[in-house]
Design a protein around this ligand. Sequence first.
Ligand SMILES: Nc1nc2c(c(=O)[nH]1)N[C@H]1C(S)=C(S)[C@@H](COP(=O)(O)OP(=O)(O)OC[C@H]3O[C@@H](n4cnc5c(=O)[nH]c(N)nc54)[C@H](O)[C@@H]3O)O[C@H]1N2
Ligand SMILES: Nc1nc2c(c(=O)[nH]1)N[C@H]1C(S)=C(S)[C@@H](COP(=O)(O)OP(=O)(O)OC[C@H]3O[C@@H](n4cnc5c(=O)[nH]c(N)nc54)[C@H](O)[C@@H]3O)O[C@H]1N2
Ligand code: SF4
Ligand SMILES: [Mo]
Length: 715
Amino acid sequence: MTTANVTCPLCEACCGLEVTFDGPAVKGVRGDADDVFSKGYVCPKGASLGALHHDRDRLRTPLVKREGEFVEVGWDEAFAEIDARLRPILDEHGRDAVAVYAGNPGVHNTALALYGRVFYKALGTKNFYTAGSVDQLPKHLSCGYLFGDPLSIPVPDLDRTGHLLLLGANPLVSNGSLMTAPDTRGRLRAIQARGGRIVVVDPKRTRTAELADEHHWIRPGTDALLLFALVNVLFAENRVAPGHLAEHVNGLGEVRELARPFTPDAVAGHTGIEAAEIRRMALDLADAERAAVYGRIGTTTQSFGTVASWLVDVLNVLTGNLDRPGGVLFPLAAAGQANSAHGKRRPFTAGRWRTRVRGLPEVFGEVPVATLADEILTPGDGRVRALVTVSGNPALSAPNGERLAEALGRLDFQLSLDVYLNETTRHADVILPGPSPLERPHYDVTFYQLAVRNVANWTPAALGTALPQEWETMLRLTAIVTGQPAAELSAMDDFVAAEVARRSGVDSALAGDRTGPARLIDLMLRGGPYDLALADLEAAPHGVDLGPLRPRVPGVLNTASGRIELAPEPITSDVPRLAAELGATPSPLVLIGRRHLSSNNSWMHNLEPLVRGSNTCTVQVHPDDARRLGLTDGGLANVGSAAGKIAVPVEVTEKIRPGVVSIPHGWGHGGDGTRTRVAAAHAGVNTNLLTDETRLDALSGTAVLNGIPVEVTPA
Ligand SMILES: Nc1nc2c(c(=O)[nH]1)N[C@H]1C(S)=C(S)[C@@H](COP(=O)(O)OP(=O)(O)OC[C@H]3O[C@@H](n4cnc5c(=O)[nH]c(N)nc54)[C@H](O)[C@@H]3O)O[C@H]1N2
Ligand SMILES: Nc1nc2c(c(=O)[nH]1)N[C@H]1C(S)=C(S)[C@@H](COP(=O)(O)OP(=O)(O)OC[C@H]3O[C@@H](n4cnc5c(=O)[nH]c(N)nc54)[C@H](O)[C@@H]3O)O[C@H]1N2
Ligand code: SF4
Ligand SMILES: [Mo]
C-alpha cells in the first residue's frame, strides 16, 4: 500500500486529500488531517476520486466518428483528422468560424488552465464562450469597473468576520464559490461561536439557511432591489462610513442619488421582505464591527446579475468593510495572481466586440453561450461552422438545450477535449481524452486567487499514464491552428515558458530542466510575492500556509483614476431598467435551480457512489402550491416555460417559498449515442430545456437561470 497527498480538483474548495493505493488501484480517499488549509475535510465528491479514476466509461483513447459511429484511433491519427478537417475551415472562413466553449473543469485543471490560453490565443476567435456566461460573469464585470480588474474579486474574510450576509449562495452544499474555503460549515459555525451572526437571503431554506441566525425568503430575481434598499437605508440613516476607504473612492454622491427611489417600502412588495426587516438588516450591517456581504450564483444568473453583484461590493465599501480584516479582502496568491502582474495594466473595459447575430457585448474576452446556437444556425458571413469544446457540456449546462443540441448537430466539425462520451461530445467528430485527476500534477492557479486564506499546495501526479497530458494536447492543437502541425512540442513549450518568465519578471533558466506546468508554476512562484519556488512546495506535501488575507488598497486598484469607481456608468446605465421593475407585476410561479452535495454540475453522475439512493432530480414545490395546482408528492408534473416543457417527479416541501419551484441542473442523461451507463440509469431531466436563451442579464449577457416564469400541472 502507498499513499499520496493530492489537492482535490473537483470544486473550488481545494481540499487536501490522502489517497491510498494498492499498486495502481485506489483503495481509499480521505481528508488529509495535516493539510494546512482543509485540515481533514472531505466531501462525497472528493471521496469519489477513486471511482472516477476507475470508471470504465471514462475515455482512454481518442475517438473519431466514421460514418456516424465512433471508432478508437491512435493519437497521431486523431490529430491528422483534426488537421484535415479544421484547417480548411480556418483557411476558407477565417478564425471566427471556429468557436470555442470552455467548461468548468478546465478552470480546475492546471494543464488546461495554463495551456488552454495558449491555444485560444493562437486560434484567435472572437467566438469564445465559457461556462462563465451561465455563472459568474456579472461579478467579473462589476469588479472590472469597480476596481479596474475583472479578477479583483474581494472574498469574505470568513475566519475573522463577525457578520456575514449571504445572498443566493448555499456553501454548505456547493462548498463555496468565488470564496475558496474548505469546510465552510466549520468556518460558519466558528463565526457563530465567536458571537457573530449569519444572515441568509434565499428563496429556499437551504442547509446554509438552516444553520444561519436569520433567513429571508426573497422572491427570486429581486436581490438588486433588496441591496439597493439596504444602500438607501445606510444613506437615509446617516450610517455610510467608508472609513479608511474614503480617500480611495469616487462616486459616493452618485450612489446616494441612484438609491433614492429604492426605499424599503418601495421594494418590500417585490422582494417579499418587509420594509422594517430591510431597515433592520441594513442597521445590523452598519452596527457590526466587521461584516462581509457576499452574493453568489442566485444573484448572478438572474435578470439584474451585474447590478446585484455591484451592489454587494457597494455595501462592503459603504460600511468600510472592503479591504479590512473581517470584511472582504483581495487575496494575494503565490502564483499567477492576475491583479498583481508586473507593470501597469490597461484598466478593464468590456464591449470590445459584439456578437454577429444579437449584437451582444464581449465581457472579459468572451461572449454569451446563450447566443452560441444563434451563431451556428443563422446563415451568413461569419457563421460558426466548427466548435471546439474543452471540458464542457453545454448541451446540458446552457439555456434552451434543445435548440443548442440542434445547432451542434449542424456543425461542419466538432472537436471535444473531454473524458466522457456524453450529451455534448456525442456530436463531436473527434474526442480527445485527458488523464484522470490522479494521473496529472495539480496546482490550483485560479482558486488560490479567491481563497479566504493565502495558501499554496503542489500535487505531483500520483499515478503514471499512457495518455498524453492535456498541456501536450493543447500544444499539438496550437501547432495545427498555426499551420505547423509537425512543430516540435518541446520548442513550443520553451516558448510558452519564456513568455511566462517574462511576465513573471524572472529568468526562465531558473526552472532548470522542468517542463510543462511544473516549469510554469515554478517560474510563477519565483516571480510571485512570497519568495517561493516549486521545490519549496514539493517539500511540503500538506501545503504551505501564507497567512490571513491582508489589505491591498490602493495598490490593487487598476482603474484609470487609481480609485474605487463606486458608480461606473456602464453599470449604473442599467439602474433605470431596475427602477422600472418597481412598477412591474411579478410572475405568480417561477423556477430556480439548486445543487446537491453528491453532484457536480452535469458530469459526475456516472459514479455509482454519488448517484445511489433517492432521485435528486425532482421539482420541489411548496405544499400550498401543490394543493392549488393539484400536485402530489412522488407524482409526476409537467413544467412548462416559454422555452420548453419537461416532466419531473414532484417533491413537496415546506423548505421552498410559495410561488417558487426548484429543479437542479446537469441532468438529462442517456440520450442516443452517449456512453455513460450509470448516468443513463439515473437519467433525470434537463432543466435547461426550460431556461430561455433570450433572457439575459442585460449588461453581462449571462443567462437568466433563476426566476424563470413557469406553469406546473399534474402529468
Ligand atoms: N439551469 C442551470 N444551469 C446551469 C447552472 C445552474 O445553476 N442552473 N450552473 C451553471 C454553472 S455555475 C456552471 S459552472 C456550468 C457548468 O457547465 P459546463 O462546464 O459546460 O459543464 P460541466 O457539467 O461542468 O461539464 C464538464 C465537462 O467536462 C468534462 N471533464 C471533466 N473532467 C475533465 C478533464 O479532466 N478534462 C477534460 N478535457 N474534460 C473533463 C466532463 O466530462 C463534462 O463533459 O453549468 C451552468 N448551468
Ligand atoms: N455539490 C456541488 N457543489 C458545487 C457544484 C455542484 O454542482 N454540486 N457546482 C459548483 C459550481 S460550478 C458553482 S458555480 C458553485 C455555485 O455555488 P453556490 O452559488 O453556493 O450554488 P448553489 O448551491 O446553487 O446556491 C445558490 C442558491 O441561490 C438560491 N437562489 C436562486 N435564485 C435566487 C435569487 O433570485 N435570489 C437569491 N438570493 N437566491 C437565489 C438557490 O435557492 C440556492 O440556494 O457550486 C460549485 N459547487
Ligand atoms: S469540497 Fe470540493 S475540493 Fe473538497 S473534497 Fe469536496 S469536491 Fe473536493
Ligand atoms: Mo459554476
